[in-house]
Each structure stands twice: as structure tokens, then as C-alpha cells.
Design a protein around this ligand. Structure first.
Ligand SMILES: NC(=O)c1ccc[n+]([C@@H]2O[C@H](COP(=O)([O-])OP(=O)(O)OC[C@H]3O[C@@H](n4cnc5c(N)ncnc54)[C@H](O)[C@@H]3O)[C@@H](O)[C@H]2O)c1
Length: 283
């Protein structure tokens, strides 16, 4: 199946980045959110990504404008009837994802491929309310999707193999590396990442270390481009908490993040996207 036109649901941390990646490969993409302000933030973020590429000489300003024009931000379902692929990137809540996908299924053609960007929820459960769950795949991009090449592609227990093949072909067509991953909580990357995060939080508590010290040590080691606290802020603390809950329910204590993030969330601190998390962000 060839994708001539795509749609992304959710213009947040991931949705905006995914729409940018799709537009860069020359495909029209509808970017739908329920929140006008979020659409504006998402489009501003996309323009920033293109501006940086233009500054580095990786795209001309003229071509950047053309690519941005391929993205249609909207709150409604206009133009969904000829969309070949929908990627859902709404918050990591099972019931919300089920409802959003069931709603969009009624708007697209019978053959359109549906994908969820869930970080950790079972694809089979995400697709449980669909008329045709055979067409749902997990298509898990990583933050920031405009930079990260890897995309996990996951089949649920109902997914038809031809849709999985189409998903991998699509991922490759937008210059990403698709890896087929077996369905399990957290898939491959988040299973490793969240176990590591839980260890770091334990070390902070048991050894009396400060987040800033740990981040500085990790960055200096060059094992990763940023430390675990800065990363959690960048991913979004609400998302990290939801993913950790899914994993600790599935695998037990080794994925338990304690109340480190819960306390920040109770103060309304959701990381870089709200200006405060482990760190404070200005500008
Ligand atoms: N943040 C990350 O680093 C990361 C990485 C990989 C995957 N994910 C996954 O991607 C998904 C989205 O995460 P995020 O960090 O972008 O969340 P986010 O909170 O930044 O953005 C979610 C967006 O969805 C919108 N939304 C809510 N209900 C909607 C609806 N019914 N229709 C359309 N839009 C709706 C919200 O207004 C918001 O703009 C989650 O499943 C998350 O687990 C996140």
C-alpha cells in the first residue's frame, strides 16, 4: 500500500514532530488536535525545526516553506476521507486512545492503515474498540522524532501481516529505520529505558545524589547525549509516569519509579512542555 496522504492525531510533543518528518518527505499531512492553542504551538515548533535545518544549509528557505505548506492543522475531520494512514499521538491513556481511534475509523476509507504511537500500551488493547482491528499497528517513534531514526513497528494479536508490511514500508519511505518488535508492555526500547530510570531514582535516594550531579556525570561519560532527569523532562513527566505505571503493573517492582515524578505532577510540573519539571525552562 502506498501512502499518498497521512494524518496525525495530537499536535503535542510527538505529533508535531511526526508531522514534520512526514512533510519533509514530501507527503501532505493533516495535523489534528482538539485544542487550537496546541495546534499553534505544534506548528510553531515545526517552523522552528525547519528554520534550524535552513540555517544549517540542509534545506533552502523556499523548500522549507513548501514543506510546511504540506501540513494542514485543524480541529475537525475535513479531508480524512482520502487519508491512507492515520498515526494517533494523543496522551497515553488506554480509554482515550480507544475512543479516538474508533472515532477516526468512521472518517477514513475501509483500507486506510491505522497506527498508534503508544509508548507502552498493548496494541491489541488499543485496537479493541475498532470495527477492523486487523488494520491497527503500533508505530512507535522516539523523541525527538525529527532527529531519531528508529521506529518500532508492532503487530497486535489481530493485526494482518499486510498492514505490518505497509507500516514498515511507510517508515522506510520517510527515511526512518523500522524494526519489528513483538507486542509486550514497553516493547523494546522503553522496557530498557524505564528500568534504567527506576535504577537512577533509587541511586539518587540511596546515595543522596542530586539530579544535576547525575545528569552531569551521564553527559560527561558520553554514553548518552543527556542525563536521565533532563531526558524525562524532555519526554514529558506525565507520559513518563503513565509508561512507568504500565510497566510496573506488568513486570513489578524493578519498574517502580516511586513518587519522584508523582510529586512534581501534583504541582503541575509536566517537564519542558510546561516550563517546569526537574529543571526550570525559560524561552
Ligand atoms: N513524549 C515522548 O517522548 C513520547 C515518545 C514516544 C511516544 N510517545 C507517545 O506518544 C503519545 C503522545 O505523547 P506526547 O508526549 O506527544 O503527549 P502530549 O501531551 O505532548 O500531546 C498530546 C496531544 O494530544 C491532544 N489530544 C488530546 N485528545 C485528543 C483528541 N481526541 N484528538 C486529537 N488530539 C487530542 C492534546 O491536546 C495534546 O496536544 C503518547 O501515547 C506517548 O506515550 C511519547
Amino acid at each position: 500500500m502506498y501512502v499518498f496522504k497521512a494524518a496525525v492525531l495530537g499536535a503535542g510533543t510527538m505529533g508535531a514532530e511526526i508531522a514534520q518528518v512526514i512533510s519533509l518527505s514530501g507527503l501532505p499531512v493533516v495535523l489534528k488536535d482538539v485544542d487550537e492553542a496546541q495546534l499553534e504551538r505544534g506548528m510553531a515548533h515545526i517552523r522552528d525545526i525547519y528554520a534550524r535545518r535552513a540555517q544549517r544549509g540542509r534545506i533552502s528557505e523556499h523548500d522549507a516553506e513548501d514543506r510546511i505548506a504540506l501540513i494542514t492543522p485543524q480541529v475537525g475531520f475535513e479531508g480524512f476521507s482520502d487519508v491512507d494512514l492515520v498515526i494517533e499521538a494523543v496522551p497515553e491513556k488506554l480509554s482515550l486512545k480507544q475512543a479516538v481511534l474508533a472515532e477516526v475509523e468512521a472518517q477514513v476509507s475501509k483500507t486506510a492503515l491505522l497506527a498508534t504511537n503508544t509508548s507502552a500500551l498493548p496494541v491489541t488493547e488499543v485496537g479493541a474498540k475498532l470495527q477492523k482491528p486487523q488494520r491497527l499497528v503500533g508505530m512507535h517513534f522516539f523523541f525527538p522524532a525529527s532527529v531519531m531514526k528508529l521506529v518500532e513497528v508492532i503487530a497486535g494479536s489481530e493485526t494482518d501481516e499486510e498492514y505490518v508490511d505497509s507500516a514498515v514500508e511507510f517508515v522506510e519511505s520517510i527515511r526512518r529505520i523500522g524494526v519489528r518488535v513483538r507486542e509486550c508492555p514497553g516493547f523494546l526500547v522503553n522496557r530498557i529505558l524505564m528500568a534504567g530510570l527506576a535504577e537512577v531514582f533509587r541511586a539518587e535516594r540511596d546515595l543522596g545524589l542530586q539530579p544535576r550531579e547525575i545528569d552531569a556525570a551521564v553527559a560527561a561519560s558520553r554514553l548518552a547525549p543527556m542525563g536521565p532527569y533532563a531526558l524525562a523532562d524532555a519526554l514529558g513527566l506525565d507520559i513518563a509516569e503513565d509508561v512507568a505505571q504500565t510497566l510496573s503493573a506488568a513486570y513489578g517492582e524493578r519498574f517502580d519509579l516511586g513518587d519522584r515524578i508523582t510529586r512534581l505532577l501534583a504541582e503541575g510540573k509536566r517537564g519542558a512542555k510546561t516550563g517546569e519539571g526537574f529543571y526550570t525552562y525559560t524561552g
